[in-house]
Design a protein around this ligand. Structure first.
Ligand SMILES: Nc1ncnc2c1ncn2[C@@H]1O[C@H](COP(=O)(O)OP(=O)(O)OP(=O)(O)O)[C@@H](O)[C@H]1O
Ligand SMILES: [Mg+2]
Length: 225
């Protein structure tokens, strides 16, 4: 086992609802490394990410994320695994009728933060980091799409994860706003040495910040040389 690697997949098969959707996957990710995951719609990007956060099943090969062996992962351990990663999705998955601050404090309370002062302090820190502190008491539906995605990124870093999984985080945004989100994720990654897996079908994105690229196609995942 290579301790510098936070994700190691060897000859892995991934199933969704009993159907094998990806096979022969060899993929690894080092601490603080960012990689892109590209591929057409339906090629399996989300399936790979779901396997990493314990939503899709690994049926063959060796698969490790942090210290968790995905083939031996019990359902009861999935929340522990997810607590170590930040997740950002295309559709933000925020509580739109709650305030910006409540969307964040809720997560801290749910992950066993108890001290109200510390909770407020951490919420202010992450909102400042993503440039949304002025919206502390605003309702989420009053924010633009780009601002909502910034909030989702703030939420993803609350517990200082070692890995952020971003599944088409710019899929609903215009090109300029997409670039802002890309820059923000890159800044977060550099400032906190957080690894990022960034799935996108927008090939334009990958020229902005060079990183290793993996492509999903023909039911497998391969590094693009
Ligand atoms: N829950 C599921 N049960 C069965 N098959 C699934 C399930 N989810 C996805 N699939 C299948 O797995 C394959 C890969 O889908 P996936 O969502 O991983 O692709 P994707 O690359 O993320 O696509 P998109 O760019 O549209 O998000 C598709 O053939 C899809 O139909
Ligand atoms: Mg997808």
């Amino acid at each position: 086992m290579d301790n510098q690697l936070i994700v190691e997949l060897r000859d892995v098969v991934i199933e969704q609802s009993g159907i094998s959707v990806l096979r022969n996957i060899n993929f690894n990710l080092a601490q603080a490394e960012s990689v892109y995951l590209i591929g057409k719609s339906g090629s399996g990007k989300s399936s790979l990410l779901k396997a990493l956060y314990g939503e899709a099943i690994v049926t063959e090969g060796q698969a490790r994320v942090f210290e968790y062996d995905l083939r031996k992962l019990k359902r009861t351990k999935v929340p522990d695994l997810r607590r170590k990663m930040g997740m950002v999705f295309q559709d933000f998955q925020l509580f739109k009728h709650w305030t910006v601050a409540n969307n964040l404090s809720f997560v801290l309370t749910a992950t066993d933060w108890r001290d109200k002062t510390l909770i407020k302090q951490r919420v202010e820190e992450v909102l400042t980091e993503v440039g949304l502190i002025k919206y502390f008491n605003q309702k989420v539906f009053q924010l633009s799409g780009g601002e909502q995605q910034r909030l989702a990124i703030a939420r993803s870093i609350l517990n200082r994860p070692a890995l952020i999984i971003a599944d088409e985080p710019t899929g609903n945004l215009d090109p300029d706003t997409s670039d802002e989100i890309l820059y923000l994720l890159n800044k977060v990654s550099r400032d906190h040495k957080t690894a990022v897996i960034f799935a996108t079908h927008d090939y334009r994105i990958i020229d902005k910040f060079p990183a290793r690229v993996f492509r999903c196609s023909e039911h497998t995942v391969a590094e693009v040389e």
